[in-house]
Ligand binder design. Structure first.
Ligand code: PEP
Length: 250
C-alpha cells in the first residue's frame, strides 16, 4: 500500500503575510490527516513556514536548489543553506525550471544526487510538452527524463525519491490530463523504474500527478490505481482548496 502524498508548490507567490496565513490555516485544517502533506513556499518564506508548521503533520520543501554545494553562483541557494534551516525535502526538475531556466536532464541528475548525498527527500518532476504529446513522443520524453534523472541513484535511495508526472500542457492551464491518460503514464513510469531497479522498487515508488489538480477533480485522479498523490500549484495557494484536495477521500 503506497501512502498518498499531496504537495503544494507555492511557486513565486506569497509574501510573508500570505505565507503565514496559508501555513496557519493548513496546520489547523489538516491535523490528523493520514496522507503525507508537504508545502513548498518560496525561499524567503521557508523559515517562517517551517516555524509555523513545527510539530504539525505538514512538511516543508524547497522548490529548487543549486547543483553545487557552494560557490560563485549569484542568486542560487545551496543544499547546505537549506539544511542549515532544517529543510530536508526539495522539488527538482519542475518544468518551469526546465522551460525558463534552461535546466537539462543532466543538471537535474546532478541536483538529485547532491540532494540525496545530503539526506534529502526529492520530488523529481517530469512531463512532456504539448508539442511532444501531439507528435506522439510523450512516452519517449518521459522515459528519457526519468532514466537520466536517476542515473547513479541506488535502489536504496529510491525510497527518498517521489516522482511527479506533470504534463507541461496541463500546468496552470486549467487543462487536466484525463485520469486515464495520467494513469497510463504513471504505469509507464513505474515500468521504467522496474527496468532500472526491480518490481519491488517500482511498486513502492510514489508517483504524483500534477497539472491543474483542483478540489473538483482530485478524487477522480487520486482514485486511479497508479496515481499516488498530487503536486498542486495554483490550488495550493488557497487554504480551502488545498484542504479539499488533501481531504479528497473524506
Ligand atoms: C505545478 O506547479 O506543479 C502545478 C501542477 O501547477 P498547477 O496545479 O497550477 O497546474
Amino acid at each position: 500500500m503506497r501512502q498518498k502524498f499531496i504537495a503544494g508548490n507555492w511557486k513565486m507567490f506569497t509574501e510573508t503575510a500570505q505565507a503565514k496565513s496559508l501555513a496557519q490555516g493548513l496546520k489547523q485544517n489538516l491535523s490528523g490527516i493520514m496522507h503525507r502533506i508537504v508545502v513548498a513556499p518560496p525561499f524567503t518564506a521557508l523559515a517562517l513556514v517551517s516555524d509555523i508548521l513545527q510539530g504539525s503533520n505538514i512538511g516543508v520543501a524547497a522548490q529548487n536548489m543549486s547543483n553545487l554545494e557552494a560557490g560563485a553562483r549569484t542568486g542560487e541557494i545551496s543544499v547546505l543553506m537549506l539544511k542549515d534551516i532544517e529543510i530536508s525535502t526539495v522539488i527538482i526538475g519542475h518544468s518551469e525550471r526546465r522551460q525558463f531556466f534552461a535546466e537539462t536532464d543532466a543538471l537535474i541528475n546532478e541536483k538529485i544526487k547532491l540532494a540525496l548525498k545530503h539526506g534529502f527527500d526529492v520530488i523529481f518532476c517530469n512531463g512532456e510538452t504539448l508539442a511532444e504529446r501531439e507528435s506522439g513522443k510523450e512516452v519517449e520524453v518521459v522515459t528519457r527524463q526519468t532514466k537520466t534523472a536517476l542515473e547513479g541513484v541506488s535502489a536504496a535511495d529510491m525510497t527518498r525519491i517521489t516522482i511527479a508526472y506533470e504534463p507541461v500542457w496541463a500546468i496552470g492551464t486549467g487543462k487536466t490530463a484525463s485520469p486515464q491518460q495520467a494513469n497510463d503514464m504513471h504505469k509507464t513510469i513505474r515500468s521504467v523504474i522496474a527496468g532500472l531497479y526491480d518490481q519491488t522498487v517500482a511498486n513502492s515508488t510514489i508517483i504524483q500527478y500534477g497539472g491543474s489538480v483542483k478540489p473538483d477533480n482530485a478524487k477522480e485522479l487520486l482514485s486511479m490505481s497508479d496515481i499516488d498523490g498530487a503536486l498542486v500549484g495554483g490550488a495550493s495557494l488557497k487554504v480551502e482548496d488545498f484542504t479539499a484536495i488533501a481531504k479528497f477521500d473524506m
